[in-house]
Design a protein around this ligand. Structure first.
Ligand code: 6PG
Length: 233
């Protein structure tokens, strides 16, 4: 069951949840495993976080997905996150190498890194997500069937045909969504209203609307939406 928080400032509300989840995890276990997203909601949140008491020293930072581009490319999710990454110990930033010549091999390397860092099976304390116009989360695009991916953990997916940028991706699998302790989905704007309603309340079809994997989550799921995005709920 997900909670929906309708707020006027999505980044601020998400930042508060970020601090809550990471402070709780570091207090309990000395470290917090976080997966950062890309998309339009990422940069405002990362800017907002500089005003909050985040336990940066305890964070292990991963990425939900990455585009097949070098880390300094304008489409790189890693590049968007740079403002917060400078606060984290460099050996605790686990980049998905979108520039890799062999993305299948890179997916396997990243999965091994997840296990080596977080244990088996790995579990995130906090996963940040955005919602794509086709109903995707991570880079699990609509129309592409996805298994839970318990063993795989990280997958190379072909370039989407209806979502920009049309480049191949590396993505975490649904397993890491459904097992995360806290998932925060940021959604803003009227153009996301219908797809958010479909994700939360529409007939279940995980291939047609991969964001419905959130319904399978065992942890806390918080949808942080502005009034426009929440207008269909
Ligand atoms: C990415 C993301 C992706 C994103 C959604 C929403 O690399 O694009 O990680 O899952 O969160 O596509 O993006 P927008 O907020 O830009 O629509």
């Amino acid at each position: 069951m997900s909670e929906v928080a309708v707020v006027s400032d999505v980044a601020k509300a998400a930042a508060e949840l970020f601090v809550e989840a990471t402070a709780g995890a570091t207090a309990a276990r000395g470290t917090a495993a976080v997966a950062l997203t890309g998309g339009s909601t990422a940069a405002p949140l990362f800017a907002e976080l500089s005003h909050w008491a985040v336990p940066w020293d305890g964070l292990q930072i991963f990425f939900t997905d990455e585009r097949a581009v070098p880390p300094d490319h304008e489409s790189s999710n890693y590049r968007i996150a740079k403002p917060v990454l400078s606060k984290v110990r460099p050996d605790r930033v686990h980049r998905l190498r979108g520039e890799a010549a062999d993305l299948d091999a890179e997916a396997a390397r990243a999965a091994a890194d997840l296990r080596a860092t977080l244990g088996t099976p790995p579990r995130f304390d906090l996963m940040l997500l955005g919602l794509g116009p086709d109903g995707h989360i991570l880079s699990l695009f609509a129309g592409v069937p996805h298994s839970r991916g318990d063993d795989e953990l990280v997958r190379h997916v072909a370039a989407p045909t209806q979502v920009e940028p049309r480049v191949a991706r590396l993505t975490l699998t649904p397993f890491l969504v459904v097992t995360a302790r806290t998932v925060v989905l940021q959604v803003a704007g009227a153009k996301k209203a219908a797809v958010l309603a479909r994700a939360l309340k529409g007939p279940e079809d995980l291939t047609a609307c991969p964001a419905q994997w959130l319904r399978r989550a065992s942890g806390r799921v918080v949808i942080v939406a502005d009034a426009e995005a929440a207008s269909g709920l």
